[in-house]
Design a protein around this ligand. Structure first.
Ligand SMILES: Nc1nc2c(c(=O)[nH]1)N[C@H]1C(S)=C(S)[C@@H](COP(=O)(O)OP(=O)(O)OC[C@H]3O[C@@H](n4cnc5c(=O)[nH]c(N)nc54)[C@H](O)[C@@H]3O)O[C@H]1N2
Ligand SMILES: Nc1nc2c(c(=O)[nH]1)N[C@H]1C(S)=C(S)[C@@H](COP(=O)(O)OP(=O)(O)OC[C@H]3O[C@@H](n4cnc5c(=O)[nH]c(N)nc54)[C@H](O)[C@@H]3O)O[C@H]1N2
Ligand code: SF4
Ligand SMILES: [Mo]
Length: 704
C-alpha cells in the first residue's frame, strides 16, 4: 500500500451497462480507473469511456460556478444571485403568460444521476407547469407504452435472460457499440460469446452489418422502418403453422384470437416486399423461435425510434408471449430490484393520452409531451405558447428531431436556463446555467438500471471526492431553486432530504427488506458495507403474479395497437431516394463525449456511411465531400464507402457538430462531425406513440 493512495469502488454512470470501477486516487488526483473484478454484474469489464470520468472531472471547460449571460458574454455569478435571478424570471414569465408557458426538457443523464430521479419532480411541482419534454420520446417511449398498455405499468419491461437463452434475436440494437440498452448487461461481447459457446444462436436484423451483426450467426438487412412487417409476419406464421406455445399462461391472456385476426393479412410475402427479408426466412425463424426451448426476441433504438416504434415493441412482446418466452428462464423476465420494484400499486405506473399537445394534438405520456412537438409549441402563437425553457442534462439542439427549426425556436424564447455543467449547443443559448457537481463528487445508486438489468444486484457508492467548495449537487440545486420559486409564489415548500435518506427507506420497505424478506433483511447499511455491490442472483420467474392491470390479465391487443395495425396495413410510405439511419460508437456517447482527447483521437468516426453502388450511381468518390438534404435541413460532410450498409441506406451518428460560437467545448469544437439531427424531421414520427422517427429519414446525397 503506497502512502496516501486511496482505492474507491464506484459504478460508472456513463451508460446503461453500469460497470463497477476501481478508482485509485492520490489527494485530488486520479491515478487509475480499472474494472472492478469483484463487481457482481460487470466482473472487471469496462469500455474505453470509463477513463473519461477522469477527463470530465478535470476538464477546464466544465463549469464549476453558475454563469449568466450578460451583454452576450458569460459571467460567473454567486449561487444566491443565480437562484434569485432564475426564480424571478420563471415566476415573472408564468405571471405574464400562464403557468404552462415554461417548459422542461430532461436529457439522458437525468436517469444516470440518481439525485435527478429523486428530486427532479420537486422542481417540476414548484414550477407547476404542464409542459414537460424529455429524451424518452426520442428513445424508449414505445417500451413504456407496451408495458403500460399490456401489463399495466410503464416500467413493466421484461428483460431478455441473456445468460440462459439459446436463441437471441436482435432487431435494431447494437450492444457491441452501445453496451446494451433497456437491458443492462456489461460486457456484451463476452455475453454473446458465451451464448455461442453453449451452442446458442444470435440473429440480427439491421440495415447495417454492425459490430454485433459481425459476431452473429445470421444477419439480415432490413429496410429502415419496415420491421413491423417482419415482426407481425412472424406472429402471422406462429398462428398459421400452429406454433403458438402460450398454454402455460392459461387464463392470463386476453385477445389472443383478436391478434390472429389482426395479423391475418400481414403475411411473410408482404413483409418480404416491404423489408427485403426473404419470406422463407421469416417462416423458418418463426418455427425456430417456437421450437427452441429458450428463445427470445429483443428490439432497441432501430425499432423504437422509427415510424412504427410502438407497433414494433408491441409485436416483440406478443412474439415472446406466443413462443412461450415470457416470464420463463432463457426468455424474458422481470427484474426484482432492491429499490422501487414494479408491482401492482407501485408508484409511477404511467399514463398515456390524458391530454394532448396544443398545436398538433399529440398524446401525453407519463405527464410529458413528445419532443417532436417542442419547436412548434414555442413557435406557434396563441394561448399556451411556450416562452421559457429549463433544460436539465440535455442537449436537444443536437439530440432532437429537426434541430435547426428547434434552434430558431429557442432563439425566440424570453428566458432559457439550464442545469448542466457544459456550455454546449443548447445551453449556449441560455441566459443562465447552473452547474452541478462532477460525477465523482456525488454518491451514486442506479435507480433506473437495476430495474433493467439482466441479473439482480444492488450497490451504493460513496463519492470519490468531496465536492469543490461551494459546489452543489443536482438535487441540492432542485431543492434550492424550488424553495426560491415557492417563496415567490407564496407557497409552502419543504425541501426533500438527501437521496440517500430516500434510498434507505426504500430499501427497507423493498423486495429484500426486513419486513418483506426477513431471510435477507437487506438494509442500506448492509449495502454500504459491501463496496463491490451485492449479487441478488439471476432474474426470477413470477412476472405473472406482478401484473399491474386492473383485471390481473395481459391484454395482447390493446385498442391502440389494433388501430395502428390498420395504419401498417395501409401504409404506402415510399422513400424517394435514400433512407438515413443513426449509429453509435463505443468511444462516443450521445452529444457530450467529444471534449475528451483520448476518446476522439485517431481516425474520424463521424462520416456518412454509404454503399459503393449508391456512390457510383451518383458519381461520388469515396472520401468526397457530400451534401445531404432532407425536408428539414441539410449538412455537408465526408462520405465513406462501405459494403456493410444496405444499398439505399446511409448512416450518420448523432451528437456531433460542435459549431455553436457561444459554446465552450475546446476539444469538441475542433472535431469534424456534423449535426445529423439537422436532417431528422419533427414531422416524421410514430403516430401511435408520438415518439420521434430518427431512423429511416428520407434524404438525398449529392457530390459538391
Ligand atoms: N439522430 C439521432 N438522434 C438521437 C439519437 C439517435 O440515435 N439518433 N438518440 C436519442 C437518444 S436514445 C437519446 S437518450 C438522446 C440523448 O440526448 P440528450 O438527452 O440531449 O443527452 P446528451 O446529448 O447526452 O446531453 C447530455 C447533457 O447532460 C449533461 N450532463 C451530464 N451529466 C450530467 C449530470 O449529472 N447532471 C446534469 N445536470 N447534467 C449532466 C452534459 O453536460 C450534456 O450537456 O439523443 C437522442 N437523439
Ligand atoms: N457508446 C455508446 N453507448 C451508448 C450510447 C452512445 O451514444 N454511445 N447511447 C446510449 C443510449 S442513450 C441508448 S438509447 C442506447 C441505444 O442502444 P442501441 O439501440 O443498442 O444502439 P444503436 O447503436 O443506436 O443501435 C440501433 C441499431 O439499429 C439499427 N437501425 C436503424 N434503423 C433501423 C430499422 O429501421 N430497423 C432495424 N432493425 N434496425 C435499425 C442501426 O443500424 C443500429 O445498429 O445506447 C446507449 N449506449
Ligand atoms: S460500458 Fe463503458 S461507459 Fe458504459 S458503464 Fe461500462 S465502462 Fe461505463
Ligand atoms: Mo437513449
Amino acid at each position: 500500500m503506497v502512502q496516501g493512495i486511496d482505492t474507491h469502488y464506484r459504478a460508472c454512470n456513463l451508460c446503461e451497462a453500469i460497470c463497477g470501477l476501481e478508482i485509485r486516487t492520490h489527494g485530488p488526483e486520479i491515478l487509475s480507473i480499472r474494472g472492478d473484478k469483484d463487481d457482481p454484474i460487470s466482473q472487471g469489464y469496462i469500455c474505453p469511456k470509463a477513463t473519461a470520468l477522469t477527463d470530465i472531472h478535470n476538464d477546464p471547460d466544465r463549469l464549476r460556478r453558475p454563469v449568466r449571460k450578460i451583454d452576450g458574454e458569460w459571467r460567473e455569478i454567486a449561487w444566491d444571485e443565480a437562484f434569485e435571478y432564475a426564480a424571478k424570471a420563471i415566476v415573472a414569465l408564468q405571471e405574464k403568460h400562464g403557468p404552462d408557458s415554461v417548459a422542461f426538457f430532461a436529457g439522458n443523464p437525468s436517469v444516470h444521476n440518481w439525485g435527478n430521479m429523486t428530486h427532479g419532480l420537486l422542481l417540476r411541482k414548484a414550477v407547476g407547469t404542464r409542459s414537460h419534454f424529455s429524451a424518452t420520446s426520442l428513445d424508449q417511449l414505445p417500451h413504456h407504452l407496451a408495458g403500460l398498455k399490456m401489463y399495466g405499468h410503464q416500467f413493466f419491461v421484461p428483460i431478455p435472460d441473456i445468460d440462459r437463452t439459446q436463441l437471441f434475436v436482435i432487431f435494431g440494437g447494437n450492444p457491441l457499440a452501445s453496451n446494451g440498452s433497456m437491458m443492462t448487461m456489461a460486457d456484451a461481447r463476452g455475453k454473446l460469446k458465451a451464448l455461442r459457446t453453449r451452442d446458442g444462436e444470435l440473429v440480427v436484423f439491421d440495415p447495417r452489418r454492425t459490430e454485433t451483426a459481425a459476431v452473429a450467426d445470421e444477419h439480415y438487412f432490413v429496410k429502415p422502418g419496415s420491421d413491423a412487417y417482419v415482426l407481425t409476419a412472424i406472429i402471422h406464421e406462429l398462428f398459421a403453422e400452429e406454433l403458438v406455445r402460450c398454454e402455460y399462461l392459461g387464463g392470463v391472456l386476453k385477445h389472443v384470437d383478436a391478434v390472429e385476426q389482426a395479423v391475418a393479412a400481414l403475411t411473410p410475402e408482404l413483409a418480404e416486399q416491404k423489408s427485403g427479408v426473404p419470406a422463407g426466412m421469416i417462416r423458418q425463424l418463426a418455427r425456430r423461435l417456437s421450437e427452441t426451448e429458450r428463445a427470445v426476441v429483443y428490439g432497441r433504438m432501430g425499432v423504437s425510434v422509427q415510424r412504427f416504434g410502438a407497433l414494433c415493441q408491441w409485436a416483440i412482446q406478443v412474439i415472446n408471449i406466443l413462443i412461450g418466452a415470457f416470464d420463463r428462464q432463457g426468455g424474458t423476465l422481470l427484474t426484482t430490484p432492491a429499490f422501487d420494484s414494479v408491482q401492482k400499486g407501485s408508484r409511477g405506473a404511467g399514463s398515456f393520452d390524458r391530454f394532448r399537445s396544443r398545436v398538433r394534438g399529440l398524446p401525453e405520456h407519463g405527464g410529458e409531451l413528445p419532443a417532436v412537438t417542442l419547436a412548434e409549441e414555442i413557435l406557434t402563437e396563441g394561448e399556451g405558447q411556450l416562452r421559457g425553457m429549463i433544460t436539465i442534462a440535455g442537449n436537444p439542439l443536437r439530440s432532437s428531431a429537426g434541430s435547426d427549426q428547434l434552434k430558431r425556436a429557442f432563439e425566440t424564447l424570453e428566458f432559457q436556463m439550464a442545469i448542466d455543467f457544459y456550455i454546449n449547443e443548447t445551453t449556449s443559448h441560455a441566459d443562465l446555467i447552473l452547474p452541478p457537481t462532477s460525477p465523482l463528487e456525488h454518491d451514486h445508486y442506479d435507480i433506473a438500471f437495476f430495474k433493467l438489468a439482466v441479473r439482480n444486484s444492488t450497490r451504493y457508492n460513496a463519492p470519490v471526492f468531496e465536492p469543490e467548495e461551494g459546489a452543489l449537487h443536482d438535487w441540492q440545486i432542485f431543492n434550492e431553486l424550488s424553495t426560491k420559486i415557492s417563496a415567490l409564489k407564496g407557497r409552502a415548500f419543504k425541501p426533500l432530504p438527501a437521496p440517500e435518506k430516500l434510498l434507505e427507506a426504500g430499501i427497507y420497505d423493498g423486495e429484500y427488506g426486513p419486513e418483506r424478506n426477513p431471510d435477507v433483511a437487506l438494509t442500506l447499511d448492509a449495502i454500504k458495507a459491501a463496496p463491490h455491490g451485492i449479487d441478488l442472483g439471476p432474474l426470477q420467474e413470477g412476472a405473472v403474479d406482478r401484473l399491474c392491470t386492473d383485471d390481473d390479465k395481459i391484454d395482447l391487443l390493446p385498442t391502440l395497437y389494433a388501430d395502428d395495425l390498420a395504419r401498417l396495413r395501409e401504409d404506402d410510405f415510399q422513400a424517394s431516394d435514400l433512407l438515413l439511419i443513426g449509429r453509435r460508437h463505443v468511444r462516443s456517447n450521445n452529444s457530450w463525449f467529444h471534449n475528451y482527447h483520448r476518446l476522439v483521437k485517431g481516425k474520424p468516426r463521424w462520416q456518412l456511411m454509404m454503399h459503393p453502388r449508391d456512390l457510383e450511381t451518383r458519381n461520388i468518390q469515396d472520401g468526397a465531400q457530400v451534401r445531404i438534404e432532407s425536408r428539414a435541413g441539410s449538412v455537408t460532410t465526408t462520405v465513406i464507402a462501405t459494403e456493410d450498409i444496405m444499398p439505399g441506406v446511409v448512416s450518420l451518428p448523432h451528437g456531433w457538430g460542435h459549431d455553436e460560437p457561444k459554446a465552450r467545448l475546446s476539444i469538441a469544437s475542433k472535431q469534424g462531425g456534423v449535426n445529423c439531427n439537422a436532417l431528422t424531421d419533427d414531422q416524421l414520427y410514430d403516430i401511435a406513440s408520438g415518439n420521434a422517427a430518427l431512423n429511416g429519414v428520407p434524404v438525398t446525397v449529392s457530390a459538391i
